[in-house]
Design a protein around this ligand. Structure first.
Ligand code: 13P
Length: 341
């Protein structure tokens, strides 16, 4: 198979109707924080048990087309000895891998951050592919304030995302390009819209310079939202309109899918907002979800490391995945939510 055919086959498998992406690629410090929130210590055994629980959820493949894993998980196994990437594949879920090496302060740009991990990336990609990964993810973050992000941070992160995406495509790996405008702060929804537009404009300019084939990548942006500390909340309808306006101005129609991150929205907010976005009518791209916290928080709280809770934890994941699948088609209703405990 040519590299182009390989990339196309992966995109086709991931974008099958009604399916989103499960982001389960928390780095060591992040998963430690999430586990600690439910009273668990982050050991390799606990991480293995938790991620095996996610990937062996029966019926998940009906709503999830891809799962983003952390490097450690690629080498872990389920209780019956099946490698975890294989557990995903069995359900028709394409395994992917987070390949960035996290963020550091950007020199000469106080308050801004830059994502690192390009050195040796092509070589690492070969190993990940042998372990079953078919797509990758790289996340750049943008802080919002009166003076952030600087143009320097916007340009430097766009360049990093584009170089990463080009390396992925040369290796036959589909890149997920993730520019995340952070929710922290008291900025208005209008300020978030302006920032997101500037960020996406720079990202697609850089992707073009690096000859990234738009048909063979997926975009994972943040929704356009008011800052978490802004007193004025926006309705799902307002969020949907602002988000679609920015995306229509910046994302070429050749991109097959836009998979939103949840970024600190509650599970219900993330589902309701995605649904409102899809209710605005047909757009050039699939508009779906690539949620971490919004899919996993209810699972972790149900599980708490107890084998006896495995079934209700998997039920919680199945439910959130099903509701987000409905939202990806503009068919979610609040009445579909499970009754509170
Ligand atoms: P959240 O949905 O929790 O924001 O995580 C998605 C993700 O992959 C962040 O990089």
């Amino acid at each position: 198979m040519s590299v182009e055919d390989e990339l196309q086959a992966t995109v086709d498998a991931m974008t099958r109707p009604g399916r989103g992406i499960l982001a389960a690629d928390e780095s060591a410090p992040t998963i430690a924080k999430r586990l600690q929130a439910v009273g668990l210590e982050s050991t390799p055994e606990i991480r293995n048990a938790y991620r095996a629980l996610l990937l062996t959820t029966a019926g998940l493949g009906e709503f999830i087309g891809g799962v983003i894993l952390f490097e450690e998980t690629l080498g872990q196994k389920s209780a019956d000895g099946t490698p975890l990437p294989q557990c995903a594949l069995r359900q028709g879920i394409v395994p992917g891998i987070k390949v960035d090496a996290g963020k550091i302060p950007l020199a000469h740009a106080p308050g801004d951050e830059i994502t690192q991990g390009l050195d040796g990336l092509a070589k690492r990609m070969e190993g990940y592919k042998q372990q079953g990964a078919r797509f990758a993810k790289w996340r750049a973050v943008y802080h919002v304030s009166d003076r952030l992000p600087s143009q320097l941070a916007i340009d430097a992160n766009a360049e990093g995302l584009a170089r990463y995406a080009a390396i992925c495509q040369e290796s036959g790996i589909v890149p997920i390009v993730e520019p995340e405008v952070l929710l922290d702060g008291d900025h208005t929804i209008g300020h978030c819209a302006e920032t997101t537009e500037a960020v996406l404009h720079a990202v697609f300019h850089a992707l073009h310079r690096h000859r990234v084939v738009l048909e063979h990548m997926l975009l994972k942006p943040s929704m356009v939202l008011p800052g978490k500390e802004n007193a004025r909340k926006s309705s799902p309808g307002e969020i949907a309109e602002s988000t679609i306006r920015v995306l229509r101005r910046t994302v070429p129609a050749a991109v097959p899918g836009i998979y939103f991150l949840s970024g600190g929205q509650t599970p219900r907010e993330a589902t309701a907002n995605l649904d409102a976005i899809n209710r605005l009518g047909p757009q050039p791209w699939h508009l779906r979800f690539s949620y971490g916290r919004a899919l996993q928080d209810p699972v972790l709280h149900a599980w708490r490391g107890q084998p006896a809770n495995a079934a209700i934890a998997q039920q919680a994941l199945h439910t959130r995945a099903r509701l987000n699948s409905a939202a990806s088609q503009g068919r979610y209703e609040a009445s579909m939510e499970p009754a509170p405990e």
